[in-house]
Design a protein around this ligand. Sequence first.
Ligand code: SAH
Length: 347
Amino acid sequence: MTSRREQFEALFPHEPAFRWKQIEQGLFSSAESWSEVTSLSKIMREGLTQIPWMSVVPQTVQTSKNGDTHKALLNVEGGKQIETVLMKNNRDAWTICVSSQVGCAMRCGFCATGKMGLTRSLLADEIIDQYRFWQQYLQHNPTLGSRISNIVFMGMGEPLANYEEVKKTLNTILTYTDIGRTRITVSTVGVLPRLEQILTDKEWPHVRLAVSLHSAIAETRKKIVPTSYDEFLPKLEVWAKNYLSVFGNRRHHLTFEYVMLKGVNDTPEHAKALATFVRRIGRIRINLIPYNLTGMEFECSTPSAIEYFMSILHSSGCIVTTRRTMGDDIAAACGQLIVLTNKDQVA
Ligand code: SAH
């Protein structure tokens, strides 16, 4: 698999460096094919037709009944498919949720994508083109409005298991769109070596990070997030303190995501453990996610259990929000993204 840039350099080995910038500007413009990028010479535009304008090919788009969520199934090279989601946000604009891998190797017990296993990581072009796909979709559907204001890396895959391509994606998006660092969130199961790398990597842009904690009690976390290991929680605590001492400020906090699973991680004991863990660290925002059905053995906590859980956190001084469920009628909500081939069966 070769990136667009490598293909370009093979086709035009003697171009000055700024040419690639012009090409990327064209990719992020309202043009819909190479022939419309009139800032490039005719010869160049003709040559570029050998490189696909889009590395993702839309198959279907589903829209939720209330129209606030759209989910696209996209083909990528190698006969594989991914999903990406467009969601209305409360800024009167759209948030897109992108996939970073085809499938996922993490196998979290409550997540449908985990059932697929990992097929491959996506190239930066393929992640970037999920944004470009939605940009074009909005261009074709003007009644929806045109502004994509936020991006979340919460689709299929574990973004930090595809670190270099995700980093390239972030830097490209920050260069060619008006989306700023605080409007982008990378969600991770907590790949500690990569989280450590972020602390010193000068090329990693400081977008928001969300860590899928799901339990502050080691045995419970291990049960639902099988990639956890014994020392995960104390190591995460040390890392989070370091992270906040380097990057924390009023606008830059760290989020812990917490899926609410009935009888599994939603008891008062779990709330207290979470509050203690978070208070030891500092500026953490806790985001409770009501469990979305995925055909697994879990159930979502009851509204009153969620409320009680929140009240314990609040009374310990924690900052807590609850994620609004969107697109569950088209299986576009958190953890519901899955692409099945004929051979696959979800148990
Ligand atoms: N691999 C990344 C992105 C996952 S999707 C990560 O682990 O963070 C974003 C969030 O949705 C994660 O916190 C994930 O654990 C959560 N999630 C997965 N399945 C879910 C489900 N069925 N219901 C609610 N949230 C779910």
